[in-house]
Design a protein around this ligand. Structure first.
Ligand SMILES: *[C@@H]1O[C@H](CO)[C@@H](O)[C@H](O)[C@H]1NC(C)=O
Ligand SMILES: *[C@@H]1O[C@H](CO)[C@@H](O)[C@H](O)[C@H]1NC(C)=O
Ligand SMILES: *[C@@H]1O[C@H](CO)[C@@H](O)[C@H](O)[C@H]1NC(C)=O
Length: 510
């Protein structure tokens, strides 16, 4: 290869020529090395993993769940000249070329997003020392940890909680300097920016000093959950972990490592279904060596959270309707919704083929339930006459029914249903009715072209979440602004009735 390059490149003075070739070779090698590491790593941990070496090069098929086929999928390539205020920068790949930190001693780099003001970082040949992360174990049954402080469930990292191998002997140095870290992962207004603290504590470790109690060869994404028991916040984390996996160009769905000490939650099924397995950091015997570790942004820096807070305008559409400029349109929310429902084996094709002409109206309820160890067991009431509204809907449904059309009102007591059952109901519904509450985040998992949303807005909870999410999905959205926390049943019925008439006219109900 060297001689060919010489012929092709060099006609001038010999010294420059040699320099050029050397530089070229180094660059080519570095590139090859990069491609090699990023795309060949990630097989199952276990006895037959190859020995640790530097660089760890593993040439086997990546294990894990394959990505399902998603009709709204569009590639997540880096796009030069993308406007940071565009919808694609918000919801898709608004990240920069990687900032490399260890070159050429190892591979660790971060993709920065000016839009989200955070980065997705990844490294190969990393070690996690669970004993150097102070937090509760996590994953306990809720009733065994009542009253536990939130601080105990969030990680506190000490030096070397994570390490990255370097080939030479010598010191254990911080991977990041403060200036660079503050640029790549600014703490912003987040009080405990656990990702910033995690990266701050990464130290290099000479390869000959590495010991592994376990080895994970499959790519793994590190996630720290905040507000883990609330569907809206969990959806922002699901979205972020999905986006992270795509930006890291993972060939299969990754394994997840929860670096938090939260107890069991009904949302856990979602994580399990979407990804190739979940481990709590503190459940692993350390040190754990990872061939490829990826760090997902914190919840407060995710597209959904920022999008709601900044009131970003994006019109949801299908991938085929997406015009070339990605400024005001997005198919990313639909792509994510399809990812989530297909992870639960729910396809809209089967859910819409109902017998006869039966329209489902889903009434998403807010109930008294114990959501987390600090919860007093009663969500604030945003709709004080839920029962009455339900009864009115049922009465309307039986009156409105005809030979051509039957209406089923689904009593959406989601706290008592599995995630799969919830998704099934959401996918089968034509109209979703509910008061402002995290449960309405399910609109991301509904059929966008065939479903309408009616939000009952209490004057005490005027928040933009679900109007924004409906718009990003390209879904029909209606609201009733109530005078108090009590809904006027006849107003609700009138609106539901006219929404139904509209849907029938649009022929979206077959
Ligand atoms: C921090 O690291 C960056 C990138 O490696 C480098 O450009 C910068 O000079 C460093 N700053 C300090 C204060 O060391
Ligand atoms: C979906 O189907 C696959 C393959 O049949 C199965 O392995 C998986 O457990 C199912 N997922 C859920 C959440 O039911
Ligand atoms: C509606 O329900 C009634 C009674 O359950 C049934 O006889 C009728 O066939 C249904 N109509 C349609 C269109 O499904």
């Amino acid at each position: 290869m060297g001689t060919r390059k010489r012929k092709w490149r060099c006609t001038g003075i010999k010294k420059t020529c040699v320099k050029r070739v050397v530089v070229l070779l180094v660059v080519l090698n570095a590139l090859q090395f990069l491609v090699y590491l990023l795309h060949s790593l990630g097989v199952d941990g276990g006895n037959n993993a190859p020995p640790l070496n530097f660089p760890a090069i593993v040439m086997r098929q990546v294990s894990g769940k394959p990505w399902p086929r998603l009709p709204s999928f569009t590639p997540w390539d880096l796009k030069a000249d993308l406007d940071p205020a565009s919808c694609e920068a918000f919801f898709g790949n608004g990240f920069t070329q990687p900032f490399r930190l260890l070159d050429p001693k190892g591979l660790f780099h971060c993709f920065y997003s000016e839009t989200l003001r955070t980065s997705i970082c990844e490294g190969t040949n990393m070690v996690m020392n669970p004993k150097r992360i102070k937090m509760a174990k996590g994953g306990e049954p809720l009733d065994s940890v009542i009253g536990r402080n939130e601080e105990e469930e969030l990680p506190y990292f000490t030096s070397g909680a994570f390490q990255i191998f370097v080939p030479e002997r010598g010191g254990r140095k911080p991977l990041f300097n403060k200036t660079l870290l503050e640029y790549l992962i600014p703490k912003g207004t987040v009080q405990e920016h656990t990702l910033h603290h995690l990266l701050e504590q990464i130290r290099t470790i000479p390869l000959n000093e590495v010991t592994c109690a376990q080895r994970v060869t499959q790519p793994a994404v590190v996630v720290t959950r905040f507000e883990y028991a609330n569907l809206f916040h969990t959806v922002t984390d699901w979205y972020s972990a999905y986006m992270t996996s795509r930006i890291a160009k993972l060939k299969k769905r990754p394994r997840l490592i929860f670096v938090d000490g939260h107890c069991k939650s009904s949302m856990d099924d979602g994580w399990q279904a979407m990804f190739s397995g979940v481990n709590f950091a503190r459940h692993l015997a350390g040190p754990v060596c990872f061939d490829h570790l990826i760090f997902a942004p914190l919840g407060y820096n995710t597209p959904l959270f920022k999008g709601v807070n900044q009131g970003i305008f994006c019109q949801g559409c299908s991938a085929s309707d997406l015009e070339k400029d990605l400024q005001y349109q997005t198919a990313r929310l639909r792509e994510f919704g399809e990812m989530f429902t297909s992870a639960f084996n729910i396809s809209s094709a089967t859910s819409s083929s109902q017998e006869g002409r039966v329209v489902k109206v889903l009434f998403i309820r807010r109930e008294d339930y114990l959501a987390h160890p600090r919860h007093i067991g009663k969500p604030e009431s945003r709709l004080s006459n839920e029962e009455e509204v339900l009864e009115a809907l049922n009465t309307w449904a039986s009156r409105r029914a005809s030979d051509e059309l039957n209406i089923t009102i689904v009593n959406g007591l989601f706290a008592h249903m599995s995630m799969q059952e919830q998704l099934q109901q959401v996918q089968q519904s034509s109209i979703i009715v509910g008061a402002h509450g995290a449960g309405l985040s399910h609109i991301l998992f509904a059929r966008p072209e065939e479903t309408a949303v009616l939000e009952l807005v209490s004057p005490y909870f005027v928040r933009p979440h679900f109007q924004a999410m409906s718009q990003w999905m390209g879904m029909e959205y209606h609201a009733i602004e109530m005078g108090s926390s009590e809904a006027d049943c006849s107003e609700v019925i009138d609106r539901v009735d006219s929404i139904l008439t509209g849907l029938l006219r649009k022929h979206v109900i077959s």
